[in-house]
Design a protein around this ligand. Sequence first.
Ligand SMILES: Cc1cc2nc3c(=O)[nH]c(=O)nc-3n(C[C@H](O)[C@H](O)[C@H](O)COP(=O)(O)O)c2cc1C
Length: 360
Amino acid sequence: MDLFSPVTLGDIELANRVVMAPLTRMRAGAAGVPNDLVVEHYAQRAGIGLIITEGTYPRFESQAFVGQPGIVTDEQVAGWRRVAEAVHARGGTIVLQVMHGGRVTHPDVNGGRRVEAPSAIAIDGAGHTEKGKQAYPVPHALTVEEAREVRDDFVAASRRAVEAGLDGVELHGANGYLLHEFLSSASNQRDDVYGGTPAGRARFVVEVVTAVAEAIGAGRVGLRISPEHNIQGALETDRDDVLATYGTLLDQLRPLGLAYLSILHAEPAGDLVQELRRRFDGPLVANSGFGTVTTRDEALALIEAAHADAVAVGRAAIANPDLVERWKGEHPENAPNAGLFYASGAEGYTDYPFLAASRS
Ligand SMILES: Cc1cc2nc3c(=O)[nH]c(=O)nc-3n(C[C@H](O)[C@H](O)[C@H](O)COP(=O)(O)O)c2cc1C
């Protein structure tokens, strides 16, 4: 297979197999509304087969970053509508990553609200808030009833994303945020229906994904997971437990016929990812994680060897708005400026040059 060939993920037709990984950039202001700059940023990258937006909050409690966009208010929906129209006008496709930050936030980020998690266990560490760096608080352990409200907010957010004209949603089950916190035995120490065993820990994620698929159609829904990423305290150090937990999760999701499963793991071609792919039995989007920046050669090799159906690309897509054109023509690439990933304004966001500009 060829990285530059088209592929269909559920209801979404991609012109090529390069996927823009979800990338938090924190430029949506205090109201969390995608503005002109955000519209321009995504429109510039419409040549990528599928854009996954930055993690976007489905309820106020779940906001994890200052300047993060949401999909709660009418203004936020209107902002996303402008993004979707701009990307579609340039022939691209785009889905919204719906992200509940779980315990990885602070009341000085989420507007003074409670911090929600499966269990009342704080992460060791500090996060950036409106008042500088502060230690993460001990979160409120969601009751079963409250967890179902959160599930309903995932559904409402996903409906709003489709109403706004996006092609679908990616549910963020990775990187130590709420859904991942339910999966990991380090962050989930419940003894009710949502914990205790691999099946118990998987249950909340199964319910959220199933409810969203029923609401907007499974062909518009992807799920991102990062087993063994061991990030933000969502530790998964026992391979047998990981296989049991993610195996039962995917056994229950398989019949839904989701658009895709996106897996972030250091070894996409390794046993674990390929076993989870078999269990899911649908399109796989792969990403090898933060250790090294995804390269053209890595992406080409993953597709050529059929280890994945598409490749999620993060930092190279930040730095190269015309990434697919560059990779196709083997042109040189702009280098990402990590110091500006989470800055504000156009610098390091919309000012990376296009090929024509860099040649002249
Ligand atoms: C600035 C930045 C922001 C990120 N934001 C998100 C996010 O909102 N949601 C998510 O699932 N992953 C996020 N990630 C992880 C990326 O999607 C991707 O997995 C990571 O960058 C590794 O891929 P790469 O080597 O191609 O950059 C982020 C990574 C970076 C560098």
